[in-house]
Design a binder for this molecule. Structure first.
Ligand code: ADP
Ligand code: MG
Length: 342
């Protein structure tokens, strides 16, 4: 679950606080969740109850994990995955329901490129929990899995139920769960009365209000890789009440005969995508959607990906592609340029 674009929140070290003494403080809370780390920055005059804020965040994240972690045998999602009765209702929590609905939306917007049921293929290709395999699976094994792949094999009922149309279909929402966790921590802080904060889980971000210097939150994006000269921050985006997520593949892949097989699978072919997209960074009103759209763009490639981003209101993005000469090329959505700070 590591991040490929390293995301750095600019701590805005530039300024000394005003001598009038009315400066706000920035409090940092750190912890672990979803196999990665989280960080929350809260701006306030005096956040006394920091310990209790951390407890609330941890217990909210624990709830989400217990709902959607495929690493837990007794999570809701794992129980649903074992449930093999076609046409029968399976009761789910509101968290699971909301993420399934977001999944349906991303599936629709991406024309099926994002698909939360690809997990058996992810495993077969050796990118799942069962460990790496480093070689191409037999065609027959890929084909055998395809009938159970497809988000439309699951009906999502607003009354809080899922229904399988295929006994073998399973879901894995790991490509949007971090984004959802971010949004839920943001909602929690909002309910506690905070208006200026930044939430980050494993590189996925939501930024609300302003920093303690009353400037917008600025997020630095690193070059996704080994091009040493570009290792420094090369773009800084300013966020105002927006989510930001990055999907990338230059670490989690294997190569056979010079072809790169990434951990992102095209659900329609059953093969990993090989479109030379190394990362996609997306800005959107929610981090859940940003996270899912980022993964979708990895599957769709530059042309279709950009077309989708440009079509959607309030969504902007940066796609980085590795050219044949090994250099990286940037593709920005129409409005992304205005978001870049330098
Ligand atoms: P990360 O947060 O780990 O960088 P992503 O958010 O891009 O990565 O999610 C990658 C994960 O999404 C993969 O490990 C896999 O489990 C899952 N996945 C792979 N292909 C697809 C797809 N076409 N649609 C939805 N999820 C996918
Ligand atoms: Mg994602």
């Amino acid at each position: 679950m590591s991040k490929y674009l390293q995301i750095i929140t600019i701590a805005v070290a530039l300024t000394f606080l005003s001598s009038t003494g009315d400066a706000k403080q920035e409090y940092v809370i750190r912890g672990r969740t979803m196999g990665t780390t989280y960080m929350v920055k809260v701006v306030g005059d005096d956040v006394r109850e920091l310990e209790s804020v951390k407890e609330k965040i941890d217990s909210r994240l624990e709830e989400i994990n217990q709902s959607m972690s495929t690493y837990r045998r007794d999570s809701e999602i794992s129980r649903f995955n074992r449930f093999n009765k076609v046409g029968q209702k399976f009761k789910i929590s509101n968290d699971f329901l909301q993420v399934m609905k977001a999944g349906q939306e991303i599936h629709r917007l991406s024309d099926g490129a994002w698909d939360g049921t690809v997990n058996p293929l992810v495993d077969l290709w050796g990118f799942g929990s069962s460990g790496t395999r480093g070689k191409i699976p037999p065609k027959g094994e890929i084909g055998a899995l395809l009938p159970a792949i497809g988000f439309t094999n699951i009906d999502v009922l607003d009354s809080g139920f899922l229904v399988k149309n295929q006994a073998a279909v399973t879901v894995d929402l790991s490509s949007i769960a971090k984004g959802y966790g971010v949004d839920q921590v943001a909602a929690l802080l909002n309910n506690l009365g905070y208006r200026n904060y930044l939430v980050e889980i494993g590189g996925e971000i939501f930024a609300a209000g302003r920093t303690r210097e009353t400037t917008p939150w600025r997020i630095g994006i690193n070059r996704p890789r080994a091009d040493a000269a570009f290792d420094a921050i090369y773009a800084v985006v300013a966020l105002s009440n927006q989510g930001f997520a990055t999907s990338g593949d230059y670490r989690n892949f294997f190569e056979v005969n010079g072809i790169r097989y990434s951990h992102v699978i095209d659900p329609r072919t059953g093969f990993p995508v090989s479109n030379r997209v190394v990362s996609a960074s997306i800005v959107c009103s929610t981090c859940t959607m940003a996270d899912g759209i980022a993964t979708a763009v990895m599957v769709m490639g530059v042309n279709k990906g950009l077309e989708m981003i440009n079509r959607l209101d309030g969504v902007e993005g940066l796609i980085v592609v590795e050219q044949h000469n090994g250099r990286l090329a940037d593709y920005r959505s129409k409005g992304f340029k205005e978001m870049i700070q330098r």
